[in-house]
Write a protein that binds this ligand. Structure first.
Ligand code: AMP
Length: 452
């Protein structure tokens, strides 16, 4: 049980005031462990993912360390970059800087975020006024370095946030170039959700005798996230999703897809059905992504369709539900995805639509989270399948099909028939999910059966 308070961590009154205003009462486990290490000046390698409170874990002690340099002067020379936070994506950059600004609001420390996808000229004047804390994506920071619009020779603290994702995204060469420009005498902190060999190598290269902290993958297994799998043929996924999204508990949902193409297609289909959905993925411009995210945060859009890269680091509080339209092939992405819900002790639901072809990935996920997820066979009334099937997918032949009345689909006689379970061939692969955990079908002609 963690009983440390923020005041016990010896944070300055101006920082404590901002935390009280933000409604933070107790430090999260990563904060309780990391803050004293960072305040002691040691390097840190921390295993923590989004949702654990990792941003404050590095930002709070960073502000505390920089407080002696805070200056009310308007001279840019009084505000050199002293802390550099490198992050993999634009969205994460924006959110980290928002958090830093919030925690720093009662200090005169300045922060700024720079990321690609927007005109570099709009960022330069802000950089020139001087900032102590710079949050950046690696590519755009290199652009600024090349244009000599930023100087990093006074950086005393470096944070690599979501380092594993930075490596996945191919930022290693950029990181090396940036790190070579920083003063050797500095404090370096690395945060990563996973500890792969590449991450260990990176930490050996850039950290000096780091303290190691790892917090549990609380999001993946925490009791406050209800996880459930619907076993469903891929051609029925869309109809099942539409039904789930119309449920009372689906007021604000992120739906994950594997590809940008599926995200766009699904968004258009849902919009046609009157569901307020919008997509956030790498093909959309930065301003479009920001607008969509804002609309979602304000509740103007109830369904956000996202790919893993676009969603990484999204900070949306009190999100009640996440739906995996397609489950990720990398089991760790599942952990990241469902970490969007059930934050800071709130309860959440994570539903996954898994087709027979995807079951092998489900096995990997269950291995990683050491949990057998509750499963339910879902089948979709044929009338609804027909309504929602993407146009390019062929219809499968069906037995005893009653043509739905287009004007009154609700009165389709199909609904009055008893449910006939579909017999599915067992897959030859050994990598089947825990069949014993699959709930039997109930004999009701519903879109998907409730637990019997
Ligand atoms: P992060 O893991 O940094 O993305 O933080 C996840 C969410 O938890 C963010 O919305 C933070 O504002 C929130 N948060 C972080 N630390 C605390 C805390 N000690 N108490 C309450 N909420 C927190």
């Amino acid at each position: 049980m963690n009983t440390v308070s923020f005041a016990d961590l010896k944070l300055a009154p101006e920082i404590l005031k901002a935390l009280t205003e933000a409604g933070y009462s107790t430090p999260t486990p990563i904060q309780a462990q990391a803050i004293p290490v960072v305040l002691s000046g040691e390097d840190l390698m921390a295993g923590a993912q989004t949702g654990t409170g990792k941003t404050a874990a590095f930002a709070l002690p960073m502000l505390q360390q920089l407080l002696p340099h805070a200056s009310a002067s308007t001279s840019p020379a009084k505000h050199p970059v002293r802390a550099l936070i490198l992050v993999p994506t634009r969205e994460l950059a924006v959110q980290v800087e928002e958090s830093v600004k919030m925690y720093a609001k009662y200090t005169s420390l300045r922060s700024l975020v720079v990321y690609g996808g927007v005109d570099i000229k709009t960022q330069t004047p802000h950089l020139k006024t001087g900032v102590e804390i710079l949050v950046a994506t690696p590519g755009r920071l290199l652009d600024h370095i090349e244009q000599k619009t930023v100087l990093l020779n006074q950086v005393q603290m470096l944070v690599l946030d979501e380092a594993d994702r930075m490596l996945d995204m191919g930022f290693m060469p950029a990181l090396k170039r940036i790190l070579a420009l920083l003063p050797r005498r500095r404090q370096s902190l690395m945060f990563s959700a996973t500890f792969s060999d590449d991450i260990k190598k990176l930490s050996e290269d850039f950290l000096i005798y780091p303290s190691l902290i790892e917090v549990a993958r609380s999001n993946a297994t925490s009791d406050n996230i209800k996880q459930k799998v619907y076993l469903v043929p891929s051609e029925d996924k869309h109809a099942l999703l539409a039904k789930l999204l119309k449920g009372d508990d689906a007021k604000q949902v992120i739906v994950f897809t594997k590809t940008k193409l599926t995200a766009s297609r699904l968004t258009r289909q849902l919009q046609r059905e009157g569901i307020e959905a919008d997509a956030i993925h790498g093909d959309r411009s930065q301003s479009e992504r920001q607008q969509t995210l804002e609309a979602f945060k304000q509740g103007k859009v109830s369904v956000l369709i996202a790919t893993d890269v676009a969603a990484r680091g999204l900070d949306i509080d009190h999100l009640p539900m996440v739906i995996n339209y397609e489950i990720p092939h990398a089991a760790e992405d599942y952990v990241h995805r469902i970490g969007r819900t059930g934050r800071a002790g709130a309860s959440g639901t994570a539903l996954s639509l898994v087709s027979p072809e995807e079951e092998k990935y489900l096995v990997e996920i269950e291995k990683l989270i050491k949990t057998s997820i509750e499963k339910e066979q879902a089948s979709v009334p044929r009338a609804q399948r027909g309504e929602t099937r993407p146009q390019h997918e062929p219809r499968e032949p069906r037995q005893a099909y009653h043509k739905p009345s287009l004007s009154k689909p609700a009165h389709d006689p199909w609904f009055d028939q008893p449910y006939v379970p579909k017999v599915t061939e067992p897959a030859p692969s050994t990598s089947k999910p825990d069949i014993a955990a699959v709930k039997p079908k109930a004999q009701i002609p519903a879109l998907f059966r409730r637990n019997s």
